[in-house]
Design a protein around this ligand. Structure first.
Ligand SMILES: CC(C)(COP(=O)(O)OP(=O)(O)OC[C@H]1O[C@@H](n2cnc3c(N)ncnc32)[C@H](O)[C@@H]1OP(=O)(O)O)[C@@H](O)C(=O)NCCC(=O)NCCS
Length: 202
């Protein structure tokens, strides 16, 4: 069994770029699109300043990537939400500070190696991401971590267990927002985590 602090105790975080990838064994989180992104696109994505990718490598064998993720600056758009959802988010923010959108970090890609999954490392990683974006040296305000979560049970449960809420309470609301026909499958769900929940405890 792996403890909650596995990444801090046994791994070191690096930027994920082609130089690092060249030193590592192929990384697979079991999702072909994500694996392909980390292997072939992450470096260029970062150079185009669209999102920065990071990985944790095992200290005992740095050729092993335990998990990888990509962060981008983003926002949670409240203006276009249905009234009931607008109200839900508005409850989190003092009235005089209400905005039409709130600053966020988007965890746009995230995966744990298939050899390390189901041991609490994904949770460990998400805790680290939340704390990292809240650090005093972060240059801009950031109230939320947002994700476009794969719409499958395991991934949804992972984000739910890590305190993420659905931006839209139903898939139909989300399809309407995205202008999707009802019969089309919703491949991802927009979710957010309110960093104030952690800030209150710090
Ligand atoms: C989703 C994903 C990131 C989760 O990573 P993970 O390391 O498996 O996550 P965790 O281990 O923290 O949690 C997953 C399960 O392990 C269990 N677990 C947590 N700590 C544990 C421990 N110490 N020992 C054993 N099991 C543990 C959790 O209870 C959870 O169980 P559940 O799914 O039955 O509720 C990973 O499965 C993955 O990379 N999937 C493919 C890519 C993907 O979907 N990425 C998200 C894109 S939006």
């Amino acid at each position: 069994m792996v403890t909650m602090d596995f990444l801090d105790a046994f791994c070191t975080q690096f930027e994920l770029n082609n130089a690092i990838l060249a030193q590592c064994q192929p990384f697979s989180c079991g999702d072909a699109d994500l694996d392909d992104f980390f292997l072939n696109d992450a470096d260029n994505y970062s150079r185009q300043m669209l999102g920065k990718s990071y990985c944790y490598r095992l200290d005992a064998d740095p050729s092993v990537i335990v998990c990888a993720f990509t962060l981008a600056n983003a926002s949670v758009d409240v203006w276009h939400l249905p009234n009931s959802r607008k109200k839900k988010l508005a409850e989190l923010i003092p009235h005089e500070k209400h905005l039409t959108s709130y600053p966020a970090y988007l965890a746009c890609r995230l995966g744990v190696s298939i050899f390390f999954r189901g041991k609490g490392i994904g949770t460990n990683l998400m805790n680290n991401i939340k704390l990292w974006v809240m650090k005093p040296d972060t240059k801009g305000g950031c109230r939320f971590v947002s994700v476009d979560a794969y719409n499958n049970e395991r991934t949804r449960r992972y984000y739910e267990n890590n305190g993420f809420k659905y931006l839209f309470s139903t898939e139909q609301q989300e399809k309407d927002y995205l202008g999707m026909p009802p019969e089309k499958e919703l491949k991802t769900r927009l979710m957010y985590y309110d960093l104030m929940l952690l800030s209150d405890k710090m």
